[in-house]
Design a protein around this ligand. Structure first.
Ligand code: HEM
Length: 536
């Protein structure tokens, strides 16, 4: 007891002087704590307005393959644009998430969502994902369409819009289109004199379209065009669809083991050696015409698209990009692929739709014949007043956009789409085919009815998001003017010079309209028809 009272006394005698001497420090600490307590703000619990938006909805995913099985399952339609439209209806009408292999994809299926991707957030979605086939075929990112967003793409895109595919340049090739369409009409006349009179219009139109673009690109180069056509045909097949090598990019051995990479490399070598020969020939033609000009002889050489690129190569200060021969080869090959099949497919589908609906064919024919009857032939300048033909072409594009899923984009930053979060690096696929058939925007959407475009300002120039066959925004097709001229001139000639019948006793409504899968959607079965000349 005594010991404890002693202890107590000794501690109080020690504590008091300590307290007095440290009082200022204690007061400071105490007031600091009080201050901090008063001004400390608890971090707010996330409220619904500041919370991250949810990811887009989508069907359930399986391990490893994600949703690949849903894309592959036929369900009556084997084509990706049809299958994606069907899945979107059930799982994500505007924006749908699909895990395809290792890659996160977002599928856009309505005009509202398309507007957000290609207008509101166009900058965020202006890049392209890495795809093995174009990367090997174009020797890295030497081309335009598959190049990621950046300096190289911006400069090449400028060259495309200002130099290669400008309205003036497209007009300068009017004589090529005229000559090739005249050849087609002549061939059809000859065929109509044959016993059966049946022609494979799909093949003939394909030939015409390839000839127009290859002559605009390279002029006429003996023997080389046909070889180039064959190589380019094979290439366009490998550029289509979703490929395993792209969906599992980390499995780099896949394309090697399957032989796909080897096939791509040999295609590249084939195309490259033909293009080298074409470019050499154009270079020497240019230099000989330069020397004859210097020698006082006036020899005007036509500027084909490859010449425009060679000129830019010779004057590198013109653009902020060194245009190498590899770039020239990649761009010309790409323009050939982008411009050939697309126009041909649009012509064959529009003709097919008119074959199914003789009323539309007759109306379009009356318009064209009325415009050119006196002259006896169609000329391109006179086409611009033909309103119904315009509507027919638009309706063809609405129901059969040659690139139904446009070209894939990739998000360069996180973005909010229709209330959903789309993280950087997501692959974005716009289903232009589904958008063109959205029943909220198009009445009797499945019907070929060109009158819907009469007195209607909706156009394909990238401002109306319910109709985006050429895409919109920074990545929109720069060649639509070129394509549309070929399509209109060909259709007008087919309508003016011939009436059309189906072989045998086939009824128009029974014409098969099955699609085949390729870089551009073509008819599975060629359009076999009988041309009956309007005038002998
Ligand atoms: C009816 C004919 C054509 C159709 C339907 C068509 C359609 C398209 C589509 C859907 C795209 C992707 C747009 C996007 O991703 O938003 C595209 C891109 C492109 N098209 Fe066309 N096209 C046609 C004709 C042409 C022609 C004739 C050329 C050139 C000769 C051409 C050159 C290109 C190029 C270079 C790109 C890539 C643009 C880029 O990524 O910056 N196209 N086209």
């Amino acid at each position: 007891m005594e010991a404890s009272s002693h202890q107590h006394n000794s501690s109080s005698t020690f504590f008091l002087p300590w307290l007095i001497s440290n009082l200022p420090l204690l007061l400071l600490t105490f007031t600091t704590i009080l201050f901090l307590l008063k001004h400390y703000k608890r971090p707010k619990k996330p409220t619904t307005t500041t919370a991250l938006p949810p990811p887009p909805p989508g069907p359930r995913k399986l391990p490893i393959i994600g949703n690949l099985h849903q894309l592959a399952l036929n369900g009556g339609h084997s084509h990706p644009h049809r299958r994606l439209a069907e899945l979107a209806r059930r799982h994500g009408p505007d924006v749908m998430h699909l895990q395809l292999g290792q890659l996160s994809h977002v599928i856009i299926s309505t005009p509202e969502a398309a507007k957000q991707v290609m207008k509101t957030h166009d900058f965020a979605f202006a890049s392209r994902p890495f795809l093995l086939a174009p990367s090997v075929l174009y020797g890295g990112c030497n081309d335009v369409a598959f190049a990621p967003y950046g300096h190289h793409w911006r400069q090449l895109r400028k060259i495309c819009t200002l130099e290669l595919l400008s309205t003036k340049r497209v007009q300068s090739f009017r004589w090529i289109r005229g000559q090739e369409v005249d050849k087609l009409v002549l061939d059809l006349r000859r065929a109509s004199a044959d016993a059966s009179g049946v022609v494979d219009l799909s093949r003939m139109v394909e030939k015409l379209s390839a000839a127009v673009i290859s002559r605009a690109l390279f002029g006429t180069i003996r023997g080389l065009n046909q070889a180039f056509l064959t190589v380019a045909d094979n290439i366009s097949d490998v550029l289509s669809g979703f490929r395993m090598s792209d969906l599992y990019p980390s499995l780099t051995f896949l394309p090697v083991l399957s032989g796909f990479e080897g096939k791509l490399k040999s295609m590249r070598e084939g195309a490259s050696s033909i293009l080298d020969a074409i470019i050499d020939e154009r270079r020497s033609k240019r230099s000989s015409s330069r020397s004859s000009r210097e020698g006082g002889e006036e020899e005007e050489e036509e500027d084909y698209l490859v010449d425009v690129l060679l000129k830019i190569q010779e004057n590198p200060d013109q653009v902020g990009l060194t245009v190498t021969t590899e770039i020239i080869k990649a761009v010309t090959l790409e323009l050939f692929l982008a411009g050939g099949h697309t126009s041909a497919n649009l012509i064959e589908w529009t003709m097919s739709e008119m074959m199914k609906q003789p009323r539309v064919m007759q109306k379009a024919q009356d318009e064209v014949r009325q415009a050119f009857d006196e002259k006896g032939d169609v000329d391109e300048v006179g086409l611009h007043g033909l309103e119904y033909l315009d509507c027919v072409v638009k309706e063809g594009l609405r129901l059969h956009p040659p690139g139904p899923l446009l070209l894939p984009r990739e998000s360069r930053e996180d973005a909010k789409l229709c209330g959903y979060m789309v993280p950087v690096g997501t692959k974005v696929v716009v289903n232009a085919w589904a958008i063109g058939r959205d029943p909220r925007y198009w009445s009797d959407a499945e019907e070929f009815y060109p009158e819907r475009f009469v007195d209607c300002s909706i156009d394909y120039k990238g401002n109306d998001f319910q109709f985006v066959p050429f895409g919109a925004g920074r990545r929109m097709c720069p060649g639509y003017g070129f394509g549309i001229e070929v399509v209109k001139l060909t259709l007008a000639n087919l309508l003016f010079h011939f009436s059309w019948r189906l072989p045998g006793d086939s009824r128009p409504e029974s014409l098969d309209m099955t699609e085949t899968v390729g870089a551009s959607i073509a008819r599975k079965y060629p359009l076999r028809v009988i041309p009956v000349p309007y005038r002998p």
